[in-house]
Design a protein around this ligand. Structure first.
Ligand SMILES: Cc1ncc(COP(=O)(O)O)c(C=O)c1O
Length: 431
């Protein structure tokens, strides 16, 4: 079998076609030429997603009437719902949960589970985004349960299945665990996490925040046996203002606060939804399926989507390898004097394209400013920010500069970034 630890780049012609499908690849909306490596905070956008959104949103009709246009809108929503299920890797079982933000989705799903599933403790990890951590800790506080928090692996930046399972017992109400770290890109071995956790409690409810992992690889929520999972289209080449979760059949049946009485249990929608958001999701899946069509003969939409995501993963892994190692002429981050890559380890098959770096002699905010001046957008994850504090401190860090490219980037982008990183690090040393 081919060794894909170093990934596999898209052919150059395909890469060029991909770039053409995104807005603001090389410069921002003001015309400033820059490389956008902050996709973990909101990704570059697919033109088609926005065009389709505008097209549908121009139609004001309610999608639950019997006139033709209304029925067309209903069909757009039905297609979008099927495509959302493709993204989660689930059949027609369970329910979709929609809100403005992924945080709201997480709070909604966590509350439903926490309030109905008995147990005296809740297990989560230090790696969680505040939406998962705080919804779990709030539930623990309100319901008088113990909150057990798993410490991450200091080498890989992930949380190990054994460490998670060690905190689970027959009195655990639920486990809430992130799919991949939003600071280092480390992917948790979810298969092993689920297996080891359920070895301790076979009917354990498991919530998984897949917001950072979703644009980089398949989720497979049903095969994994997850009970609740979420993602945000705005980090997945789509639009802001819409985030989605999926809950299993047994969660769908649970009592919950936000529920319209006359609706069936498995319908978690509430109020007037936005057909344009569903149309935009369909464009997103169209795009990934188009990508997939370069790698499989299958005409099946799910196969195409899966092939697309698998090859996004491989291309990104090749970029990750290049950004770390570079070449003899342009050294990679591992080899630039004055740069440290935190939570860096060899097995790239368990890492998404997100890196945490530090530049000697530069505060994190200063480093981000220096990068911007030189034409690169990155983000500081610092202990003084509520969103980063718990995670960076779990690794005994004051912070990190997060570098998060996307599959639409190529080797030239990475080389340009590496040259700038070398310059910024050298200037910091000579300050
Ligand atoms: C891992 C993870 N989960 C959840 C969220 C929350 O997303 P939102 O801000 O859309 O609520 C984020 C946002 O950055 C995230 O990185």
């Amino acid at each position: 079998m081919e060794n894909y630890n170093q990934g596999k780049l898209f052919p150059e012609t395909l890469s060029a076609e991909i770039r053409d499908k995104f807005y603001y690849m090389d410069e921002d909306y003001t015309g400033y030429k820059r490389i956008f490596f902050e996709n973990a905070g909101g990704s570059l956008r697919l033109k088609k997603c926005l065009e389709r959104y505008a097209e549908i949103e121009a139609i004001g009709d309610c999608p639950s009437r019997i006139h033709q246009v209304s029925m067309n809108l209903k069909e757009i929503m039905a297609q979008g719902q099927q495509d959302l299920r493709r993204i989660f890797g689930v059949s027609d079982k369970g329910s979709l949960v929609t809100c403005f933000t992924a945080s709201q989705v997480m709070f909604e799903m966590t509350r439903a589970i926490a309030e109905s599933v008995p147990g005296t403790n809740i297990v989560t990890t230090q790696l969680e985004h505040p939406s998962a951590f705080d919804s779990a800790s709030q539930a623990a506080r309100k319901l008088g349960k113990e909150l057990r928090v798993v410490e991450p692996n200091q080498e890989t930046g992930a949380a190990d299945a054994d460490a998670i399972a060690a905190l689970i017992d027959e009195n655990t109400s639920f486990l809430s665990v992130i799919y991949a770290s939003n600071i280092s890109g480390s992917i948790l071995d979810m298969k092993e996490v689920v297996a080891k956790a359920r070895a301790k409690k076979p009917d354990l409810f498991i919530i998984c925040d897949a917001v950072q992992h979703a644009p980089h690889g398949l989720i497979n929520a049903e095969e994994l046996g997850l009970d609740a999972v979420n993602f945000a289209p705005y980090k997945f080449f789509g639009t802001r203002g819409f985030s989605v979760g999926w809950v299993s059949d047994r969660v769908s049946e649970l009592d919950r606060f936000q529920r319209i009485i006359f609706k069936p249990n498995n319908d978690w929608s509430m109020g007037s939804t936005c057909p344009a958001q569903y149309g935009s999701v369909t464009e997103l899946v169209n795009y990934v399926a188009w990508l997939g069509s370069h790698f499989t003969e299958s005409k099946d939409r799910t196969d195409l989507f899966r092939a697309g995501m698998e090859n996004i993963k491989l291309h990104e892994r090749a970029l990750l390898h290049h950004i770390l190692e570079g070449t003899a002429e342009i050294p990679g981050l591992r080899h630039i004097d004055g740069i440290t890559v935190h939570l860096d380890y060899k097995d790239l098959t368990t890492r998404d394209l997100i890196l945490a770096i530090e530049i000697e002699g530069l505060e994190f905010k200063e480093a981000v400013k220096e990068f911007e001046k030189n034409g690169v957008i990155v983000f500081e994850r610092v202990a003084t920010s509520y969103f980063s504090k718990r995670v960076v401190e779990a690794f005994h860090l004051k912070g990190a500069v997060r570098v998060s490219p996307l599959h639409c980037h190529n080797i030239s982008d990475v080389d340009a970034f590496l040259k700038i990183a070398t310059k910024v690090a050298a200037e910091a040393k000579n300050k």
